[in-house]
Design a protein. Structure first.
Length: 400
């Protein structure tokens, strides 16, 4: 470069002596300062390198002039400083590498979130597959919280997927295969889970109110403190699920399979469970007032301390059920099979026990039966029947 400048300068001098006034382009650019901008200032790396070289030349020149390099103390200090610089470079290198990887990771995550947003509301196989792929990629990055509102994921394969804390408001996951998926603390009001496979899934503290869960399979699922208010779970399978402290207010569980479900302290007022199978279920401390259990199976069900006031259990099978300390005041138990049930301290005030089967019931007292609304057609142990007849004979009269 210096040779070229010298050549152009000599040529310019020669032309000036010959009366030629046209200056070379380099001379014009030098006068305007353009070559500094194009060569030195055009790149941050070049600028830094130029400054480093200038300072290095000055420092080394002064050091040589002062004969510093021959000083033993200087050599020792130089080596010490060199080790310190190496350590600093190592630490800074690791830090910069970590920050760079972190930035790249966040950039990729943002890209996946944006792509999900691009395919939102599109009901096509391609859109579904792209969303599923982004969910998997985000899970690999350790991300579970996603915005999947209004996403079309019907029959999606999302087994073991982690969507904890996500928003799935009004999403379509009908027929989805989500065995073992983590849906804890998710927002899913209005979601469509019709015929979805959610065996062993975790829906703890999830909001699934107003959702469509017809024929959903929630076998052994965790529903602890989940909110299913006003949801349709007709024909659903919740066998052995943990629904402790869950809210099923006004939910529909018609013909649902609820064998062995843990409804301990659950909130089920106004729930429809007609023709449902609750054999062996745990409803201890549950709130069941005004619920409908018509023709349901509650064989061996635990209803200790449950509030069943105003509920309908007509034609239900409650043989060997534990009703200890339960509140059945004003309850419809007409034609209900209660043989072998435990009535210890059960409140039957105003209950309808017409045509009920009470043979072999445990801890059932005459006082309890005398407090009922009617016992017409009820089958009771003869000794107990005679005592109640003396107390309230009108209870056995058939009403027109």
């Amino acid at each position: 470069m210096i040779r070229r400048i010298r050549a152009y300068t000599a040529e310019a001098t020669r032309r000036t002596k010959q009366g030629i006034t046209v200056a070379p382009k380099l001379i014009r650019s030098m006068k305007k300062g353009a070559w500094w901008q194009s060569v030195i200032l055009s790149s941050p790396i070049r600028t830094a390198s130029f400054i480093f070289l200038v300072i290095a030349v000055l420092v080394i020149s002064l050091s040589l002039f002062q004969n510093v390099y021959s000083d033993r103390n200087f050599q020792i200090n130089l080596i010490s400083e060199a080790h310190g610089v190496l350590f600093d470079i190592l630490i800074l290198g690791i830090l910069m590498l970590w920050l760079n990887r972190l930035g790249e990771k966040r950039s990729e995550q943002k890209k996946y979130h944006e792509e999900i947003d691009d395919f939102r509301k599109l009901e096509s196989v391609e859109a579904k597959q792209r969303i599923i792929g982004n969910i998997r990629r985000l899970n690999k990055h350790g991300v579970s919280k996603m915005d999947l509102r209004n996403c079309y994921l019907a029959e999606a394969s999302l087994a073991e997927a982690n969507l904890s804390g996500s928003n799935l408001w009004d999403a379509d996951l009908s027929g989805a295969k989500m065995q073992g998926a983590d849906l804890s603390a998710t927002m899913m009001p209005g979601i469509n889970f019709t015929k979805a496979k959610l065996m062993c899934a975790n829906l703890g503290e999830a909001n699934v109110s107003g959702a469509k869960l017809h024929r959903v399979d929630l076998w052994e699922a965790n529903l602890f403190k989940a909110n299913f208010e006003s949801s349709d779970l007709s024909n659903a399978n919740l066998s052995s699920a943990n629904a402790e402290q869950a809210d099923f207010s006004s939910a529909i569980l018609t013909e649902a399979t609820l064998e062995g479900v843990n409804f301990h302290s659950a909130n089920l007022p106004g729930t429809t469970m007609d023709n449902a199978n609750l054999s062996g279920a745990n409803l201890e401390n549950a709130t069941l007032w005004n619920s409908n259990f018509h023709n349901a199976i509650l064989f061996g069900t635990d209803l200790k301390n449950a509030d069943c006031s105003g509920a309908v259990f007509s034609n239900a099978i409650m043989a060997e059920a534990d009703l200890t300390d339960a509140n059945f005041s004003g309850t419809d138990l007409a034609n209900t099979d209660l043989e072998g049930a435990n009535f210890l301290n059960t409140n039957l005030h105003g209950a309808d026990l017409s045509s009920a089967k009470l043979m072999g019931a445990h801890n059932l007292t005459a006082e309890q039966l005398a407090s009922t609304r009617t016992l017409a057609g009820a089958s009771i142990d003869e000794a107990l029947r005679s005592v109640v007849m003396e107390m309230s004979p009108k209870l056995f009269e058939e009403k027109e």
